[in-house]
Design a protein around this ligand. Structure first.
Ligand SMILES: NC(=O)c1ccc[n+]([C@@H]2O[C@H](COP(=O)([O-])OP(=O)(O)OC[C@H]3O[C@@H](n4cnc5c(N)ncnc54)[C@H](OP(=O)(O)O)[C@@H]3O)[C@@H](O)[C@H]2O)c1
Length: 281
């Protein structure tokens, strides 16, 4: 299959869009009782999308919150990610089963290849392994993270399937316009990590001026910008008041001029982490 036939590939982006809660709760770098407490507080505030990863070393702590929260499993959307060592070993089913065991679940809602690791050239095989786990009922949606346009196109060309989700670094200063455009074309839904720029972008005068005018917080302005672009942000806070504040961003409506002013903060692709060179195990 050539990239020209991409559009004929099986896509799951629309189905996952309907299944995804609008804002997710991030859990890195929380571990142990702090991670359990943050996830329990988040679930109490109303979060239903919980984002973890094998490499965060907190799947057991997240699982402890999931098993005691009292929320129906069917309401939860739990994401975890394939770590580099499992990606390289090729034992994808073993990796999924170990994550399920630590999380205390019988299926994952979304399983992502955490990093493309292009130097090792194993990501197509890893994606095929996740598709097999999906077909075996262990995973609802097969996805990727930190993939660039050419990685996405290669997956589609070689497997005939588009990943349901690409989770990428994104905030108004790192807007990822080209990779999002390619994802849209291929039917891949975009989620954003570090959506608040790890707190940095909250201090931008453009953000604070809009927040003041709309009588909302800077974090709500930024999260509303992600939502305006049709992206599901995965925001992290260990503070219950900020968790609730972030979730309430779904009610914030930005004017087109506000979205444009935030778009203008973009520093371009070179401001994003270099996934081609960075190793991630
Ligand atoms: N796929 C990947 O490769 C990848 C990479 C990195 C992260 N992630 C995921 O994405 C999640 C989010 O990214 P992130 O944790 O790097 O960064 P982030 O969500 O952009 O920022 C988190 C920081 O912002 C602060 N914060 C949150 N809400 C706030 C508010 N309303 N007002 C003021 N400060 C606020 C938090 O502090 P407090 O806790 O004190 O509120 C924390 O210091 C991670 O937790 C992880 O699940 C994925």
């Amino acid at each position: 299959m050539t990239p020209e036939t991409d559009v004929a590939a099986k896509t799951h982006g629309n189905a996952v869009r309907d299944a995804l809660p609008p804002i997710g709760l991030g859990t890195w770098p929380l571990v142990g009782p702090d991670a359990t407490a943050a996830v329990l507080a988040g679930l109490e505030s109303g979060y239903r999308l919980i984002d973890t990863a094998t490499i965060y070393d907190n799947e057991d702590a997240v699982g402890a919150a999931l098993s005691t929260c009292g929320v129906d499993r069917a309401e939860l959307f739990v994401t975890t990610k394939l770590r580099g060592s499992d990606h390289v070993s090729g034992d994808i089913r073993g990796a999924v089963e170990r994550s399920l065991d630590r999380l205390g679940l019988d299926h994952l809602d979304l399983f992502l290849i955490h990093w493309p690791l292009p130097r090792l050239d194993r990501y197509v095989a890893a994606f095929e392994g996740i598709l097999e786990c999906r077909d075996a009922g262990l995973v609802r949606y097969a996805g990727v993270s930190n993939f660039l346009e050419h990685h996405l196109r290669r997956l589609v060309a070689e497997t005939g399937e588009a990943p349901a989700v690409n989770q990428i670094q994104m905030d108004p200063t790192i807007a990822r316009v080209s990779v999002r455009r390619a994802a849209d074309e291929l039917g891949v839904f975009t989620q954003s990590w570090s959506p608040l720029g790890r707190g940095e972008t909250l201090r931008s005068p453009v953000v604070t001026a809009i927040a003041e005018r709309l009588d909302v917080t800077p974090a709500q302005v930024i999260l509303a910008w992600h939502l305006a672009h049709g992206v599901v942000p995965i925001a992290r806070s260990a503070n219950p008041a900020r968790q609730a504040e972030n979730l309430a961003a779904v009610h914030v409506r930005l004017e087109p001029a506000d979205v444009a002013a935030l778009d203008a903060l973009d520093r371009g692709e070179s401001a994003a982490r270099d996934v081609e060179r960075e190793e991630h195990f």
